[in-house]
Design a protein around this ligand. Structure first.
Ligand code: ADP
Ligand code: K
Ligand code: ZN
Length: 429
């Protein structure tokens, strides 16, 4: 049932383990120039429960940038064997360094995560992530091998070859980012395959925000079970939190991280179950520990116990990044609100794009939406009706009426890696 006994450890024992590891982490972190300064005078004896982590200062992405490249290293450079850099979705990159032991603990976490949603050593995994600096490549790869799966490092792009390999090698598990999964489902059909006949059964989807509606669409179009996978380079990469077979939120591995959810404005913990910014402290990293890292990812703890018996708390799907928020006519809008609305409509196809534009003196939002072929008909009136309905549905969700542009399937350019959902054209049109 479980990969590691720690997954079902009772809460008291788990918290005792967290306290022990947090103290060790503080000792180790202090050997780095950055934390030597930050944690000056802090007495680890002050840590008697995991909640005492709040006595420590936050670490932000700007701290990591300012300390680039070596400021957080707690060991001599020669002790490190790997470097990854975040894909730089926002701002300049940050480098993360791993010792061999760090790579081993990461691979174990990743293997545990994949086992948790049903992957076994008899499975064959194809990794469609770009390899290279992005942790979704090698991170998933080593975890998959650690679990014992036959692992195919397909890399990104080249859908034809991907499909051939899936068939030739009877691939049962795909690691695929959600926006690519939607596109891929269509390519598989175009290539003349019925997804029902494909050998796959599990998709590990993550690396970018997506909604429950997008997951449902992927499961339906690909005829697969899709499990949400969460992680970030600063916390190793993927393998931080993962869905189990019940698909009700992601278990965050609390033997490896102390999670907190804060109000991003005040820095205080939100009430249990409320949405806020996820903050995490590494507990098992020896090379480059990070304390109270502000992820800027928005989520909440899910209440109650999970039927699977794992005791590690679950977080809800990430609704977005704090810095994804758009403000239009005084209203705060997140791209995922728009996706949720679009993907719930049967006429909507695989892709969409949000454009911020300026009309006269006011800001507007234009939403380009791919429509499934069978609905992209010549009847103008039907199309206009659809366009109006989309605008109305969006308005009831985001409280402003966007311009809606219907597009043919596969006409909105698709990014190689993580999807670009919002383009700001204000002053550029
Ligand atoms: P970058 O910050 O440059 O994108 P990373 O590759 O480290 O670099 O990406 C980590 C980020 O990706 C997370 O902080 C989060 O915003 C997003 N992410 C990862 N997994 C998920 C997921 N399952 N759902 C939503 N967002 C995710
Ligand atoms: K095997
Ligand atoms: Zn569970």
């Amino acid at each position: 049932m479980y990969y590691d006994p720690v997954e079902t450890m009772d809460r008291a024992a788990l918290e005792a383990l967290q306290v022990k590891r947090l103290k060790e982490t503080i000792e180790i972190a202090r050997r780095s120039p950055f934390y030597a300064e930050r944690l000056k005078g802090f007495d680890p004896a002050e840590i008697t429960s995991p909640a005492d982590v709040t006595k420590l200062p936050f670490t932000t992405k700007d701290d990591l940038r300012n300390q680039y490249p070596h400021g957080l290293l707690a060991r001599p450079l020669e002790d490190f064997v790997r470097l990854h850099a975040s894909s730089g979705t926002t701002g300049s990159p940050v480098a993360i360094f791993y010792t061999q032991k760090d790579l081993d603990t990461w691979a174990d976490l990743m293997a545990r995560s994949m086992y948790c949603c049903g992957c076994r050593r008899s499975d064959v995994l194809q990794n469609t992530s770009g390899y290279g600096l992005f942790t979704g490549g090698l991170g998933i790869h080593y975890g998959s091998e650690r679990l014992g799966m036959l692992t195919i490092p397909a890399g990104a792009g080249n859908t034809k070859r991907q499909i051939k390999m899936i068939c030739d090698h009877q691939v049962t598990v795909l690691h695929i980012i959600p926006s690519f999964a939607l596109y891929f489902a269509q390519k598989v059909r175009e290539a003349g395959y019925d997804p029902k006949d494909m050998p796959w059964r599990i998709a590990l989807i993550g690396a970018e925000p997506h909604t429950e509606q997008a997951r449902a669409k992927i499961e339906e179009l690909m005829h697969i079970k899709a499990y949400n996978s969460y992680g970030l380079s600063e916390m190793n990469g993927p393998g931080v939190a993962f869905e189990c077979q019940y698909q009700k939120g992601m278990h965050l591995w609390e033997d490896a991280y102390i999670p907190e959810i804060i109000n991003p404005e005040t820095g205080e913990h939100v009430a249990e179950g409320e949405v806020g910014e996820l903050v995490m402290t590494t507990l098992t990293r020896e090379g480059m520990p990070i304390i109270r890292y502000r992820t800027r990812d928005l989520t909440r703890f899910l209440p109650g116990h999970c039927e699977c018996g794992r005791t590690h708390r679950r977080i809800d799907r990430i609704t977005g990044r704090a810095d994804d928020m758009m403000i239009l006519k005084g209203v705060n809008i997140y791209p995922m609100q728009i996706e949720q609305c679009l993907m719930a409509m049967p006429e909507v196809g695989q892709n969409y794009l949000i454009e911020l534009i300026r009309e006269g003196v006011s800001d507007q939002m234009r939403v380009k939406v791919e429509i499934k072929d069978e609905y992209f008909v010549e009847d103008m009136r039907a199309l206009q009706g659809l366009q109006k309905r989309i605008a109305k549905n969006l308005c009831s969700e985001i409280l402003v009426t966007p311009r809606v542009e219907l597009c043919q399937s596969d006409s909105i350019p698709k990014a190689e890696g993580k999807a670009v959902r919002v383009v700001d054209l204000r002053g550029k049109e």
